[in-house]
Design a protein around this ligand. Structure first.
Ligand code: ZN
Length: 529
């Protein structure tokens, strides 16, 4: 198959996402009082309502409606005051009612958007970017210094409920093919679920990945879901079609399932774009179908030919009155909105003088953003205004070392780890004042976590004080010379005995651990230059 870069010259991919989030932080189901609990014994959290027994009447969960309104406000949606629930025909056994209660085209949240910052090598995938100068806009993007901002519309976020879970017995790998019988667990049936539908505004797999990532950050910040892609509490389907560059009519789309990680979402869409391009270029036809991304085989396979909207036979839910939201309710939810990731990044830039790039990456994970702030307040307590120079190294520590460690140890909890903010500040100070090199800093970082010890103690125990790293010593030499311009002048005027003073100052700064030979050499080079 051709490479994406080649394909993009002829074809324009049009991508839309449908993202489901289970409201896992709630206590009870959407229309009944059954408890929400992941991993409970099968069918222990059920009742006549979520089992669909005759005569059972649903009651909407007010906390769930608060959650979806919060999601809408956090994604720039209009909150629709008047909306209603529908029954959607559903003929699989994991929903005992034989229908799913869901909202129709008018949902609680309508017409929102998110702005995505795309930078680095992935920005080049956006066709036509090279024709724009920074600040210029075309279609839904605006060029920036290091990439572009894409404005992505959100059609709506609607409320619905999850189905139960089927377990197939006797077949291979839990599949239905070859199974002798199937079991159903209705604990999950009726779990409050919100589905966000984007406009078909995305043009590259990277944009889709960034959208999902940003939405996850927002949902985590507002605390409505644990957003576990592995456990399925955050799920993403992607619709993708191609059209020839310069045409406006949409091509036939396929829907991709099983993109349960950011990488799978990116790779699945990338493959599908390449596959469709090949089919179309060979004169073939794209069928409207649902396809499954197989990350091992690295291809998509047909699951089923897509139902048309008529098959769902949506009709108004007679057991639930149309829902009206009052202004007071909406404002009470708005008052609960916490600081959102974009606002936090803007504040970090302003308050700590970080670059836009650093600030954006720092807020990608709530835990690292919190950790950075805790480090900064610790540094400010100890160093006052001198803490400002540690902002950049602390941000780097959080973005690179801390995130890297958390990624490698998914079960680790930063708050409970040996890496306290105070130790982090100590560590970056040791590097900043040249006591240890930045390379040694990495070693000390690992040792802090491994040995639950203070960076200073580690440096002493390991005799790392004898610094022979020329770069680190040079930084100290430069600082000492810069601080003593009068003595430099005297030295250069003939008082060469001052060399001892400079060496002493460097040693003092390096707590007596600098390599004296290197210090002497560097001083001589710079003073005699
Ligand atoms: Zn129930």
């Amino acid at each position: 198959m051709k490479k994406l870069e080649e394909i993009l010259k002829t074809w324009e991919p049009v991508i839309g996402l449908e993202i489901h989030a289970e409201l896992t932080t709630l206590n009870t189901k959407m229309f009944c009082g059954c408890k929400l609990e992941f991993g409970a014994a099968p069918n222990t959290h059920t009742c006549p309502v979520c089992l669909g027994l005759p005569g059972a009447l649903p009651v909407p969960n007010r906390a769930a409606i608060e959650s979806i309104v919060l999601a809408g406000l956090a994604t720039n949606c209009d909150i629709e005051k008047h909306s209603m629930f529908y029954r959607k025909n559903y003929m699989y056994p994991d929903m005992a009612k034989n229908f799913q209660t869901t909202q129709g085209p008018i949902a609680f949240c309508m017409r929102g958007h998110l702005d995505l910052d795309v930078d680095g090598a992935n920005a080049d995938e956006r066709y036509g970017l090279a024709d724009l100068k920074p600040g210029e806009s075309a279609d839904n993007i605006t060029r920036t210094e290091d990439g572009y901002v894409a404005h992505v519309g959100i059609t709506r976020i609607h409320m619905e409920e999850d189905a139960g879970k089927m377990v197939h017995i006797g077949g291979g790998e839990g599949r239905i093919a070859g199974a002798t019988h199937s079991l159903v667990d209705y604990n999950r049936a009726g779990t409050p679920l919100i589905e966000l539908v984007t406009e078909p505004d995305l043009r590259t797999p990277e944009e889709a990945r960034l959208f999902m990532q940003k939405l996850r950050q927002i949902y985590l910040a507002i605390g409505i879901s644990d957003c576990s892609m592995e456990e399925g509490s955050l799920r993403c389907d992607g619709n993708v079609s191609l059209r020839r560059r310069g045409t406006t009519e949409l091509g036939t789309k396929t829907e991709l399932k099983n993109m349960n990680s950011f990488k799978n979402l990116h790779d699945g869409l990338l493959y599908e774009i390449c596959r469709q391009a090949q089919v179309l270029e060979e004169g073939g036809i794209i069928y409207q179908e649902t396809r499954h991304w197989d990350p091992t085989a690295k291809r998509t396979i047909v699951m089923r030919v897509k139902e048309s909207a008529d098959d769902y036979r949506l009709f108004p839910e007679p057991d639930l009155a149309p829902y009206d939201l009052s202004d007071e309710f909406i404002e009470s939810v708005r008052a609960k909105l916490p600081e959102l990731p974009d606002d936090k990044a803007a504040r970090f830039q302003q308050e700590f003088g970080l670059s836009a790039y650093d600030a954006r990456h720092l807020v990608e994970h709530r835990s690292t953003a919190q950790f950075f702030e805790a480090c900064m307040s610790d540094a400010e307590r100890e160093l006052g205004s001198a803490a400002a120079k540690l902002a950049k190294p602390l941000a780097n520590l959080a973005i690179n070392d801390v995130s890297g460690w958390l990624n490698a140890n998914p079960d680790a909890v930063l708050d409970e780890s040996p890496l306290t903010p105070n130790r982090a500040v100590q560590l970056v100070q040791l590097v900043a004042d040249g006591t240890i090199s930045s390379k040694q800093g990495k070693e000390v970082f690992a040792a802090v976590i491994e040995e639950d010890a203070d960076p200073k103690a580690i440096v002493e125990d390991r005799g790392m004080q004898q610094v022979s790293d020329t770069g680190a010593i040079e930084a100290v030499v430069d600082a000492v010379l810069a601080e003593n311009p009068d003595k430099v002048e005297q030295y250069q005027g003939g008082k060469t005995g001052l060399i001892g003073f400079f060496v002493g100052q460097c040693m003092k700064r390096m707590q007596g651990k600098g390599n004296p030979q290197i210090i002497n050499e560097l001083l001589a080079n710079k003073l005699d230059a």
